[in-house]
Design a protein. Structure first.
Length: 442
């Protein structure tokens, strides 16, 4: 006989848990119709993110004969846990690892083919899986190229890549993206969110943002939409194939000033998307329930507003209301509410990467601030090399436990824009704030 008491408790817990992980009250605006004048570009961090986040969108675009181009930042060649499950053995030899990268690219080609996308609409860049954000922060023209752990290479190894043999440097990735943008001239761009918890996903957004700044006057007007794949440990819930459910934003972003967009999927879209995901056998063997979780009644996209700082000292808050950005003529200020960094924090880490139309991005400083709370010391690094910036300081705000970080604008080469990331490390938590686009000079 069924134990109804246990069933009731399970359903109660399940509904409460789902409510905690997804925001129920965020307004979802329709993505809006596409026209024959549209040209859609999708930047996928790995093979499979294209189908997971945009499979339904892709199917609709193909049916409407709207020009489409899909770029893959990496070949996903560093997912050792998935490779072990798929191959039923350790995959550690260089040749075997690179073969998995080729196989993942082939899976995307077949998956997109099932949706009607032709192979000449796909562009594989072949940069290092789990390495692209490190490249963005530290590896540019004057440094030795980044070298990966599993593949043990420092340049693009795949013959089908856009620029085979290109060194693992930020310049290479940026030039590849600019080449595709100039050739294709998209009107709508879809890319992983800068708030995604996976590093290659954030890097895809960052490289795209710089490429678009560089090409500001060389390509037609465009709209950029982002998608989330990794945002919370239990998001979205429930796991598994539930096409009757709606894909909702994570609850952690409910106070964010983000515009959320939903794309309804037809029954045919859902069937086609599920079939497209099934081609990723290297990933499904490892985590089938997670991949098919994204096959729902809709697909979800968002826009995170840029933060404008004026000389009058206008400030802006982040998603939690715990980080405030400000400036004056000489300094940039970042204030961290104590609820964000906590007294128990052992380190706060801030990245400040400036962009200026007067200086090539590879020549701009790439600043990292390591802040030790116990003695309120601040250590400054440029591309991982320690530097001395006497004006940089950190202090607790008067009458509070908030941290106030001060950094000179001149040490950032007087940027027009800033890409900023703030992370607080505690003994039992590493909070990821993602990246923010801050406009310094409007």
């Amino acid at each position: 006989m069924m134990n109804y008491k246990k069933l009731f408790l399970f359903l109660f817990w399940f509904l409460c848990f789902d409510f905690c992980c997804s925001a129920q009250d965020i307004e979802l605006r329709p993505l809006g119709p596409f026209s024959q004048d549209d040209r859609v570009l999708i930047l996928s961090p790995h093979p499979d993110d294209d189908a997971i986040a945009t499979g339904g969108l892709i199917h609709q675009l193909v049916k409407s004969n709207i020009p489409l181009k899909i770029i893959y930042l990496t070949n996903g060649d560093n997912n050792e846990p998935a490779f072990i499950v798929y191959e039923k053995r350790l995959v550690i030899r260089q040749k075997a690892v690179l073969m998995m990268g080729k196989l993942r690219a082939k899976e995307s080609t077949n998956s997109m083919g099932s949706l009607g996308v032709k192979s000449d609409q796909l562009v594989f860049l072949g940069y290092p899986d789990w390495g692209t954000e490190d490249i963005f922060k530290s590896f540019w023209s004057e440094k030795k190229p980044f070298k990966t752990g599993l593949t043990r290479v420092n340049k693009v190894p795949y013959a089908e890549a856009l620029s085979t043999g290109s060194p693992y440097l930020g310049d290479s990735i940026l030039n590849d993206l600019k080449q595709v943008l100039l050739d294709f001239k998209p009107t709508r761009i879809f890319v992983a969110s800068q708030l995604d918890s996976q590093r290659d996903h954030r890097a895809a957004f960052l490289f795209l943002q710089v490429a678009l700044w560089d090409l500001k006057d060389q390509i037609p007007p465009y709209d950029v939409y982002t998608f989330l794949v990794h945002a919370a440990s239990k998001w979205p819930t429930p796991r598994g194939f539930h096409p009757e459910l709606t894909w909702l934003p994570p609850k952690k972003f409910e106070n964010e000033h983000m515009d959320w967009f939903t794309l309804p999927l037809s029954r045919e879209d859902i069937i086609k998307k599920k079939a497209a995901i099934a081609f990723f056998k290297t990933q499904i063997a490892y985590n089938h329930a997670y991949l098919v979780t994204f096959v729902r009644q809709n697909e979800l996209f968002c826009k995170l507003p840029e933060i404008n700082l004026t000389k009058s000292g206008e400030s802006a808050l982040n998603a939690t209301g715990a980080v405030i950005f400000n400036k004056d003529d000489n300094f940039v200020y970042i204030k961290l509410n104590s609820d964000y960094w906590a007294e128990a924090s052992t380190k706060v880490q801030v990245y400040l990467l400036g962009y200026s139309k007067k200086l090539a991005f590879d020549q701009m400083p790439k600043i990292r601030l390591d802040i030790e709370e116990k003695n309120t010391k601040i250590f400054v690094f440029e591309k991982n090399n320690p530097i001395f910036v006497p004006e940089a300081k950190v202090e607790q705000s008067p009458n509070s436990k908030d941290l106030l970080i001060t950094f000179p604008i001149k040490a950032l080469a007087d940027p027009d824009h800033l890409l900023v990331s703030v992370k607080a490390h505690t003994p039992d938590l590493q909070e990821r704030e993602g990246w923010r686009v801050i406009n310094i000079n409007n």
